[in-house]
Design a protein. Structure first.
Length: 95
């Protein structure tokens, strides 16, 4: 099982953005390493933290978009829900 999250935040243009995501710290090493060129998983996590994002923004894996996105914790509309998802379903849907 793996942690995933569902939350809504307000985008810069004022519209709401519902996102189903996995934090990089919760992604399996093999998955993360396969998505970041020239890095192993720990280097990818470190690089994402050092990337110049404004305070309160975090690089995450968007489950619906099947890609990296930025979640804005500063403008969360409601509580972010934490869910457990099956690793097998995650890899099948995010291959």
């Amino acid at each position: 099982m793996m942690k995933s999250y569902t939350g809504t935040f307000t985008k810069t243009d004022g519209s709401p953005r519902l996102m189903h995501f996995v934090r990089l710290t919760d992604l399996p090493d093999t998955f993360l390493a396969s998505r970041v060129k020239g890095s192993d998983a720990s280097e990818a996590r470190t690089a994402s933290r050092q990337r110049m994002l404004a305070e309160g923004k975090e690089t995450v894996w968007d489950i619906d978009a099947n890609n990296f996105r930025v979640f804005n914790w500063n403008s969360v509309v409601e509580d972010v829900a934490e869910l457990e998802i099956d690793d097998a379903n995650f890899f099948e849907n995010n291959a």
